[in-house]
Structures are given as C-alpha cells and as structure tokens.
Write a new protein. Structure first.
Ligand SMILES: [Zn+2]
Length: 132
C-alpha cells in the first residue's frame, strides 16, 4: 500500500483507492496480464473501478518506465512489471507467460546485421512447460 502510494505520487498521479489497487496488483504479479485481466482481478476487491481508470493507470505507469508493454499474445498487449532485460517463454497449452533470465540464453550476431541498428531485443520461446 505504502509503496503504491509513493509510486503514484512520484509519477504525479493522484492516488485514488482505485489506482492504488491497480498498482498493488500489477507490481506484485508476474503473470503478464492484459489490461482486461487487470480490470477483472482488481474489480473483485474494488467493484467501483472503471475500465478507463485501469487503462489510464497502466498506460501512465508504462510511460514512466515502471511497466513494459509487450505483445506476447496475438493481438493483445500485456503489462510486465519486470522492466529489466529478460526473455519470455509462452506455454502453448495454457497461454501462461514466464520470465526467462537474460543470462539463461545467448543471442549473438545482432551487432553484425547489415542495415539494421538494433535498439532492443528479446527471445520469445514457445512450447510446453514440463511437469515436475
Ligand atoms: Zn516478463
């Protein structure tokens, strides 16, 4: 709660209970939710929250660099509170998205691509998660 309040204030966003609920949820989850998924979850505890509040709060946090937007599911923007470089694994059975540590994979040759100046990249792996 305190962290969410501070964060909203630092971003110059007036901390309403609805916005605090959005921030608390998005910064704690590693599930890479869409805005609609955030809305659905936050509505369970804060029934008065509007779609516009959720979308605007998420977009403001993304603009401030506290969230990353990713298009990992076809046609859907998801929000990622992990803003450090990392890769992703998408489970094709469940649609779940997992963070893969940056150092777990090696990408080489990006600097030698002729005619391209690479600013950013990540590896998106797709498959099935092994049952333990
Ligand atoms: Zn991620």
């Amino acid at each position: 709660m305190e962290q969410a309040l501070t964060l909203l204030r630092e971003c110059g966003i007036h901390p309403t209970p609805q916005r605090i609920a959005v921030v608390q949820f998005i910064l704690r989850t590693d599930s890479h939710p869409s805005a609609d998924a955030v809305l659905e979850t936050v509505r369970r505890q804060c029934s008065t929250i509007s779609r516009a509040t959720v979308y605007n709060t998420l977009n403001l946090l993304a603009q401030k660099g506290l969230l990353k937007t990713q298009v990992l599911r076809e046609g859907t923007v998801v929000f990622d509170a992990n803003v450090k470089p990392h890769h992703h694994f998408i489970d094709e059975d469940t649609g779940d998205i997992y963070d893969i540590p940056w150092v777990a994979l090696k990408v080489t040759g990006e600097k030698s691509l002729k005619g391209f100046r690479v600013r950013d990249y990540q590896v998106v792996l797709r498959g099935r998660r092994r049952k333990k």
